[in-house]
Design a protein around this ligand. Structure first.
Ligand code: SF4
Ligand code: ZN
Length: 133
């Protein structure tokens, strides 16, 4: 059974938003985490929501799709999302993705695409920084 209390994110769930978009801070934390691989695998196998092992929701969903894994149980859905009738959402922008998360909405294809591209850029920049160091 995966136990993320052994992870570097212990105590950081208040100041870092693991249900939001991937950030440098989260990526660095996860990349340095001793249980990163187990965390990612747990995310792929079990979690429809959130960042696990430094991978965004889209990246985890893609890995699931490639490996034909289906998550049966909806777990860890954030409980404190604000619900609002017809909020204004800038679809296709990272603000749109954030707003969809905030309002507990399903992410639209355009926002998912933007978030996936952003995660990939962030990962690439981190790789380049690591290579330069
Ligand atoms: S990989 Fe990231 S999300 Fe997973 S336990 Fe470690 S710090 Fe937490
Ligand atoms: Zn959208």
């Amino acid at each position: 059974m995966f136990d993320n209390s052994l992870g570097l994110c212990l105590g950081r769930h208040g100041d870092l938003d693991f249900f939001g978009v991937l950030t440098d801070e989260i990526l660095n934390l996860c990349n340095a985490c001793p249980i990163r691989e187990e965390c990612e695998e747990h995310g792929i196998q079990n979690e429809e929501y959130g960042i696990w092992g430094g991978k965004s929701e889209e990246e985890l969903a893609n890995a699931r799709k490639n490996r034909k894994i289906i998550v049966n149980k909806r777990r860890n859905e954030p409980m404190d999302r604000k619900r609002k009738e017809n909020p204004v959402i800038l679809h296709g922008k990272i603000e749109g993705y954030r707003a969809e998360t905030y309002y507990g909405m399903e992410h639209c294809a355009a926002c998912k695409k933007t978030n996936a591209e952003r995660s990939a850029e962030l990962r690439e920049a981190a790789r380049e920084r690591a290579m330069a160091a």
